[in-house]
Ligand binder design. Structure first.
Ligand SMILES: [Zn+2]
Ligand SMILES: [Zn+2]
Length: 266
């Protein structure tokens, strides 16, 4: 009797994964119950957040600056269209959008994605970015990630912005050029430095890879980053892309600091 039951168990384990695979469910999902992307709580579907973590992640919605995408606190601010920063000086990029506010909830997703090899977070983050950047994805010609310096790439093993860019490019059916930009030198954390100091630290940090210059001329580039803080990094990238002949540069980030004056370290 015991033998029969174990034989039946074997048959089941041989058959069930096959059935689940047909439904697109991997072996791991069949063996381990799916858990929240951010904590260890069980969820119904792999690649989702539990109710409690979901409540702590805040998407960026209107009203926001038409140029840099910073969310406005009051609907009246939207009447101006531009935030005070963009009104004072337009950035080198045309339009920037981000999916999430970079607060504690978003940090719990993005920091493990950046630093703890949680590469499976790229899919769910890219999905949110595709929502926030629908118009930018539709109008771009090529998709390019903000590059890492090779030393950092070597220690992290992957460029998180490139993982996001690859997913977005596949989803939108647009060409992805992961090595178009080069980070010519490593930069210290920009942290709490002022705008002028950040710009000075980033001057000459990026360049277009000489053999790929032809890919930029006349193109509308969509630049991908994980977190937009002051915007100094994407500004430096947009400047070199424009100098290389890009027709336009838009920016899409997974998250952004709601108020650029509140500086975050990552
Ligand atoms: Zn959770
Ligand atoms: Zn703005």
């Amino acid at each position: 009797m015991a033998m029969r039951r174990s034989a039946l168990g074997e048959m089941e384990s041989a058959l069930i994964p096959k059935g689940l695979k047909r439904l697109g469910i991997g072996l791991l999902d069949a063996v381990l119950p799916p858990h929240c992307l951010s904590c260890e709580d069980p969820v119904m579907t792999q690649g989702t957040l539990c109710a409690s973590c979901f409540r702590q992640v805040h998407t960026i919605t209107d009203p926001l600056c038409v140029c840099c995408g910073v969310p406005f606190r009051h609907p009246q601010q939207a009447l101006a269209g531009l935030c005070p920063n963009c009104a004072a000086r337009r950035p080198a990029y045309d339009m920037a959008r981000a999916a999430l506010r970079y607060d504690d909830g978003a940090r719990r997703l993005i920091l493990p994605f950046k630093h703890a090899d949680r590469q499976e977070l790229a899919g769910p983050l890219a999905l949110q970015m595709a929502r926030a950047g629908k118009a930018l994805l539709a109008r771009c010609d090529i998709i390019v990630p903000v590059p890492l310096h090779w030393l950092r790439l070597w220690s992290r093993r992957y460029n998180q912005a490139a993982l996001l860019g690859a997913k977005l490019a596949r989803g939108a059916g647009k060409p992805f050029v992961p090595d178009l930009l080069v980070r010519a030198r490593a930069t210290p954390p920009l942290g709490d430095r002022g705008a002028a100091e950040r710009a000075a630290l980033l001057a000459g940090a990026f360049r277009v890879r000489p053999r790929l210059v032809r890919r930029v001329a006349g193109q509308r580039v969509l630049l991908i980053d994980d977190v937009m803080t002051s915007g100094a990094t994407v500004e430096a990238c947009a400047l070199v892309l424009r100098a290389a002949g890009a027709a336009a540069v838009d920016v899409l980030a997974a998250a952004r600091v709601p108020d650029p004056r509140l500086v975050e370290r990552s």
